[in-house]
Design a protein around this ligand. Structure first.
Ligand code: GLV
Length: 318
């Protein structure tokens, strides 16, 4: 049997399956492994099943034993892995697309609604039992009929668009490439990101994290949004320059922000916590049991295809 290191704990449905088809080193304590521990446990392994918060840097990949031929990431994003170094070393990297699209799109909508309808302030007030309904109490912004900008119109962005059409929103998007009309489904393409921002009363961030998308929302670009924009980020924290965002949330340029992801998570820029117009979740995009089981199965399928069946894994990214 081929040997696999699994760097974090899988759901039992997945750990049972992977144990049946591989000789596995599981991490049932679920402690985040240090680079040194990864190198120790990867000894003699043919593959590694890893997770988005485990950083596989250039240095670490270069030191991996020659026996390791595949890294299967349990996530759609793979910014935690230096995929070019892996490719140069002849290591295949795979991810888990498709299966988390719906769950993550749901969270984008939750962030947009939670932020625009002031869910955080609402919960705090309801807990005090000392609030009074009035015609102007905790007035939010309504999504119905508004312009929604989608930054990154891949699978998740398109699933957000599908949901937003149920709110009668006008969909605008920016993507590296314009989509075919059948995928576009009436959404309006903006080649320039600032043009998208100018047309976003609401913005949903659904692009991958990369050098190209880092700080796309910055001191200059934020000026393009209509005043009072609502922004939701279910992609990667690095897309937003936090100090700029905090300033814009204080001066009203940004009405409210919904975040599921953070730069350097789980830490958060503490200045955010002084703000009420913020709706936060702890990276729950794919957190439903059916989605997590499907992600595990997809990550295992990629290992199984490559190492056992000797066929190309479905989700190679490098
Ligand atoms: C989660 O953030 C993922 O990339 O799957």
């Amino acid at each position: 049997m081929k040997k696999i290191l699994v760097t974090r704990r899988l759901l039992s449905e997945n750990s049972e399956r992977i144990s049946n088809i591989f000789d596995v080193r599981l991490n049932n304590d679920d402690k985040l492994l240090s680079p040194k521990e990864i190198l120790k446990y990867a000894k003699d392994c043919n593959g590694i099943l890893t997770f988005p918060d485990t950083i596989l840097s250039k240095d670490l990949i270069l030191k991996l034993p020659e026996s390791v031929k595949i890294i299967s990431n349990y996530a759609v994003g793979f910014g935690n892995i230096d995929v070019d170094t892996a490719a140069n070393k002849g290591i295949i990297v795979t991810n888990t697309p498709d299966v988390l699209t719906d769950a993550t799109a749901d969270i984008s909508i939750l962030l947009l609604l939670g932020a625009s309808r002031r869910a955080y302030e609402g919960r705090k007030a309801a807990e005090t039992e000392n609030w009074k309904w009035s015609a102007d109490y905790l007035i939010g912004k309504q999504m119905t009929g508004k312009k929604l900008g989608i930054l990154g119109m891949g699978r998740i962005g398109r699933a957000v668009a599908k949901r937003a059409r149920g709110f009668d929103m006008e969909i605008h998007y920016h993507n590296r490439k314009r989509l075919n009309p059948d995928l576009e489904n009436g959404a309006i393409y903006h080649e320039e990101v600032n043009s998208l921002f100018q047309n976003s009363e609401f913005l949903s961030i659904n692009c991958p994290g990369s050098k190209d998308t880092e700080n796309l929302i910055n001191e200059e670009s934020i000026k393009n949004f209509p005043d009072g924009v609502v922004i939701a980020n279910a992609a990667r924290g690095e897309v937003i320059e936090d100090e700029t965002m905090i300033k814009a949330m204080k001066n009203g340029k940004v009405f409210a922000l919904g975040l599921d992801v953070y730069r350097g998570e789980p830490t958060i820029n503490k200045k955010y916590l002084e703000l009420n117009n913020l709706f936060l979740l702890p990276h729950l995009g794919s957190a439903t049991s059916s989605t997590r089981i499907a992600m595990g199965n997809r990550a295992i399928d990629n290992l199984d295809s490559f190492l056992n069946k000797k066929i190309a894994p479905k989700d190679r990214v490098n």
